[in-house]
Design a protein around this ligand. Structure first.
Ligand code: ADP
Length: 446
């Protein structure tokens, strides 16, 4: 195993990675911005280095500075976490050039899957069904209108370089499409420096189902079942569960073969997620692939009993998977809620100092935290401050436990979305498992 790694991230995911490192006896080097001096991840790291001022572009995205620290500390590998540099092929390349292992897939895989149009094309070639739509970037609004009339409205305008729901809009007629195409092209050009757009058929009443995989450098691929992440606001996940409430054994088998085909076509290595949409007719379509650890990975860990970060490290170190698909038996249900520092009425970020933080404890409750009482949530980063993960023998039991846990969850000094989550998990349609991606729009006051 590695002796020392650098964790190129902050917040709960940096703490999560360092926890596994401690368990594996791997020393950790943390990095922090001026705004994060007193953060938990700095306290947890064996050594920590300042990388720059608060904005991420001047700190956590400073590739050369991070590599300089890595060389100085003589680490063997870098774990990028999620977000930040985790899906930046240039960073993966720079790590390799510096002789440091990037804990993730190859740079060219990251690059290929990072562009959604290229990813769709690669998957189609691999025999993986993709959401109906264009396989090439669209040159202009009129071409988009022509395609939309071919595939039929409603359609979704999407950005090749998109992520985090940016540049995505569903439209139902030519005029709205023209407007959406122009506005989103401009937006993504400014945001990602790449304005290329494509179209997908807008699939109504769908479920977001994603396959978790682990692949080693010896050609072994492990399918770790699915997560259902249909509870979303503005196309962003809020609550995730595993296994899915709706997938049949046949559909799970189909998802498994989609994931396997995708991995073998890409020569994929390390942890990855194949995101799919399940339409009301029961068809699964590839949506995108995330070439990193996901925010919601704990629900998979809870139902499979595996530590995904530990496997990421072992795989990056050249070890072979010792588990096969048939060794995975799932008899539990796990649900994760993302806790955001935001006003529950306006959903706007709510930075400030946490004056008190009380959280429930039970064997079935897991917390992934970035903060504690007395700490300040700054406006510079993603407002997700914690994740609450609850496990039960059945989905009903998990929901019941989650309801209690959310009531015992008390954060003072800042606003959070906990009241919103409390309302969500008592909704009868949620309890029945009628969770489509438009759930919040349909059933919750926003
Ligand atoms: P991003 O990478 O920006 O998060 P995704 O392509 O992963 O975007 O999509 C995020 C969410 O948006 C999906 O989980 C789904 O709810 C919705 N979505 C995306 N594409 C479609 C589509 N073609 N039809 C219906 N919903 C979609």
């Amino acid at each position: 195993m590695f002796e020392k790694i650098l964790v190129a991230n902050r917040g709960e995911i940096a703490c999560r990675i360092m926890r596994t490192c401690k368990a594996l006896d791997v020393r950790t080097v943390g990095i922090y911005s001026e705004a994060d001096r007193n953060s938990l991840h700095v306290q947890m790291a064996d050594a920590a280095h300042l990388v720059g001022p608060p904005p991420v572009a001047q700190s956590y995205l400073q590739m050369d500075r991070i590599l300089e620290i890595a060389m100085q500390e003589q680490v063997q590998a870098i774990h990028p976490g999620y977000g930040l540099l985790s899906e930046n092929p240039e960073f993966a390349k720079k790590c390799a050039q510096a002789g440091i292992v990037f804990i993730g897939p190859q740079a060219d895989t990251i690059e290929q899957m990072g562009n959604k149009v290229n990813a769709r094309m690669a998957m189609k070639h691999a025999g993986v069904p993709v959401v109906p739509g264009t396989l090439q970037p669209i040159a202009d609004a009129e071409t988009a209108v022509r395609f939309a009339n071919e595939i039929g409205y409603p359609v979704m305008v999407k950005a090749s370089a998109g992520g985090g729901g940016i540049g995505m809009q569903a439209v139902a007629d030519d005029d709205s499409l023209r407007k959406a195409f122009a506005a989103n092209t401009k937006r993504v050009q400014a945001y990602f420096g790449d304005g290329s757009m494509y179209l997908e058929k807008y699939l109504e009443s769908t479920r977001h189902i994603e396959a978790q995989i682990l692949a080693d450098t010896h050609g072994n691929v492990l399918f770790l079942w699915e997560r259902e992440c249909s509870i979303q606001r503005r196309h962003q996940k809020i609550l995730e569960e595993a296994p899915s409430t709706i997938l049949t054994a046949d559909q799970r088998e189909q998802l498994r073969s989609m994931a396997r085909n995708a991995c073998s076509a890409l020569g994929y290595v390390n942890a990855g997620t194949i995101e799919c949409l399940l339409d009301p007719q029961g068809y699964l379509y590839f949506l995108e692939m995330n070439t990193r650890l996901q925010v919601e990975h704990p629900v998979t860990e809870e139902i499979t009993g595996l530590d995904l970060v530990a496997w990421q490290l072992r795989i990056a170190n050249g070890e072979a998977l010792t588990i096969k698909d048939e060794d995975i038996s799932v008899s539990k249900h796990a649900i994760e809620c993302r806790i955001y520092a935001e006003r529950p009425d306006t959903f706007l970020p709510s930075p400030g100092t946490i004056t008190s933080f009380k959280r429930p404890a039970a064997p079935w409750i897991r917390h992934e935290l970035a903060v504690e009482s007395g700490m300040t949530v700054t406006p510079f980063y993603d407002p997700m401050i914690a994740k609450l993960i609850v496990t039960g023998d059945t989905r009903n039991q998990a929901i019941e436990r989650l309801q209690h846990a959310l009531h015992a969850y008390q954060i003072a000094g800042i606003h959070t979305n906990v009241p919103f989550l409390q309302t969500l998990v008592i909704h009868p349609e949620f309890q029945k498992g009628n969770t489509t991606t438009d759930f919040i729009q349909r059933h919750m006051k926003q």
